[in-house]
Design a protein around this ligand. Structure first.
Ligand SMILES: Cc1cc2nc3c(=O)[nH]c(=O)nc-3n(C[C@H](O)[C@H](O)[C@H](O)COP(=O)(O)OP(=O)(O)OC[C@H]3O[C@@H](n4cnc5c(N)ncnc54)[C@H](O)[C@@H]3O)c2cc1C
Length: 489
């Protein structure tokens, strides 16, 4: 019996698990994927938006602005990268200029720093803006993160503080049971506890947090079919460009927002790559996170409208993510009226990432503090900061290499990742178990060659560390083994 069961270990499940781990509560996280951040948190633009464009009066507006305030200190605390890049919303004609002035006024009412720049002022800061740009709204509080890094670090610290994470565990059904059966649970006056049926056994949760991303509607309708909402996947496709000697843009470049969202963007990443995208298309298939030539061609045509000199010959990868789009245009966050103790954090499309710390704060303040009496744990364990070579000064590296030569053995030449860092990524509390897990934690295979040079070496390290044969090492999930017997060693 758990006090809180969280379904889904995306950015929202991770923030909640981390926050709840500070209290004297039994917390379980159920995640169907083989790792944390398997859904939208893995495939997005990674922008901590300023909060300039959500409609007034929405949770999106409120939580985005607050999330933007919270991120810098949270990232510092969690040893995750945060870069304040600023952003431009650019206008190409008079009608778009008037939208820029509206967004400027809206930003001012939200105390978001902003300024309208004319073409020459904007060009001084971003020389690759397209020739048709006539003005830009500057939003200096916009930042970028590596979303899965934040999620991993939060969940790792939660695990150190006794949160239980069950990966590869898919919730198949949720049923309300009379709560008298489970009187020892810490929960409110709810008459129910919740039985959660999964492919790996059944669990009882006194309170449940449904943070299942694009599947959150299906989870809730298992419990309460008469009060259901619908979530549709809205696909966004991207190109990733290799690191360039001169960045094409220094800040996020947005076109004018439309009904389809923030539009097709040009976004610098924390590690010096550039993202071009996303598209915006509703699709029927919630597993449909693949790219197609036609949509990528659309992305290419759109980014050229805002930025020129894009070196499309430097594309190293394409990818797609699904936004969990709800029926109202706003997030759906709240406790079920029919089933107290069951909380939905649903329809969390953009700016869901930027809002996540504030979403957690909001759920704690408005729901959880009313459900249980929160008592802080006596001891709380902080996550250890592991050596990350690219962040270290030369003198620190020299010392590290002397103490442990494996940090001097470079495995990934594109990203300069050492054997020591790869081993750490496997041995840490929320350790990698697959090639993708290593890649997400410490970046080997993220570079120009996309792993064609370093993958065999990483397979051998994973096999050795996890006591597996190389044939058993997986790329990501069940059945994604990379080495076929006899073709390795
Ligand atoms: C193309 C795109 C661009 C975006 N850009 C931005 C941006 O720049 N800035 C921004 O603020 N937001 C952005 N977003 C939105 C942001 O990515 C999401 O709002 C956020 O990641 C949602 O996090 P989540 O934890 O709610 O859901 P998810 O990250 O989707 O996590 C849900 C988890 O639940 C698990 N799950 C699902 N079903 C089950 C089940 N039955 N049993 C167990 N586990 C289950 C999934 O495997 C998944 O890991 C973008 C989204 C997309 C797709």
């Amino acid at each position: 019996m758990y006090d809180y069961t969280i379904i889904g270990a995306g950015i929202n499940g991770c923030f909640l698990a981390h926050e709840l781990s500070k209290y004297d509560l039994d917390v379980l996280v159920l995640e169907k994927g083989p790792d944390v951040a398997s859904g939208a948190t893995m495939a997005n633009s990674a922008i901590v938006h300023a909060g300039h464009d959500p409609k007034p009066g929405t949770l999106k507006a409120k939580l985005n602005v607050r999330g933007n305030e919270l991120y810098p200190s949270i990232c510092k605390e969690m040893d995750a990268a945060f870069k304040l890049t600023s952003a431009f919303v650019v206008a190409t004609n008079e009608a778009e200029l008037s939208v820029i002035h509206d967004l400027h006024r809206q930003s001012q009412t939200r105390n978001i720093p902003s300024e309208v720049l004319n073409r020459s002022q904007a060009m001084q800061l971003e020389p690759n803006l397209s020739d048709s740009i006539i003005a830009a709204l500057d939003l200096p509080s916009t930042g970028i993160i590596t979303p899965w890094e934040v999620a991993f670090n939060l969940m790792e610290e939660a695990i150190l503080n006794d949160v239980k994470l069950n990966l590869n565990t898919k919730v198949l059904s949720v049923m309300a049971r009379p709560r008298t059966c489970y009187i020892d649970a810490k929960c409110s006056d709810s008459k129910y506890a919740y039985e959660i049926i999964t492919n790996k056994g059944n669990f009882i949760g006194s309170n449940v947090i449904n943070a299942a991303g694009v599947y959150a509607d299906e989870i809730y309708s298992m419990l309460n079919p008469s009060d259901k909402f619908t979530i549709t996947g809205r696909k966004g496709e991207y190109f990733i460009l290799d690191k360039l000697s001169e960045p094409i843009v220094n800040r996020v470049i947005y076109p004018i927002p439309s009904e389809k969202g923030k539009g097709v963007l040009v976004v610098p990443t924390i590690h010096g790559n550039t993202l071009l995208g996303p598209s915006s298309e509703f699709i029927d298939n919630k597993n449909g996170d693949f790219t197609d030539t036609e949509t990528l061609e659309y992305v290419r045509s759109q980014v050229k409208k805002t930025v020129k000199n894009i070196p499309f010959n430097k594309v190293i990868k394409t990818f797609a993510g699904l936004r969990p789009t709800g029926p109202t245009g706003d997030f759906i966050i709240g406790e079920s009226i029919d089933y107290p103790g069951f909380v939905n954090i649903a329809a969390i499309e953009s700016p869901g990432l930027a809002s996540a710390p504030a979403t957690c704060e909001y759920v704690m303040d408005t729901i959880i503090e009313k459900q249980v009496i929160l008592k802080k744990k006596k001891t709380y364990i902080k996550r250890a900061h592991l050596p990350i070579l690219y962040k270290m000064a030369d003198s620190e590296k020299q010392k590290l290499w002397k103490d442990n030569p494996s940090y001097g053995k470079i495995v990934c030449r594109c990203e300069h990742i050492s054997e020591g860092e790869i081993i750490d990524s496997i041995r840490r509390p929320l350790g990698a178990t697959t090639l993708d897990g290593v890649k997400k934690r410490v970046r080997p295979s993220m570079g120009r060659c996309q792993g064609s040079f370093c993958q065999p070496a990483i397979i051998e390290i994973l096999a050795k560390e996890l006591n597996l044969s190389v044939e058993e090492v997986k790329l990501y999930n069940e059945g994604s083994n990379v080495v076929i017997k006899g073709e390795f060693n």
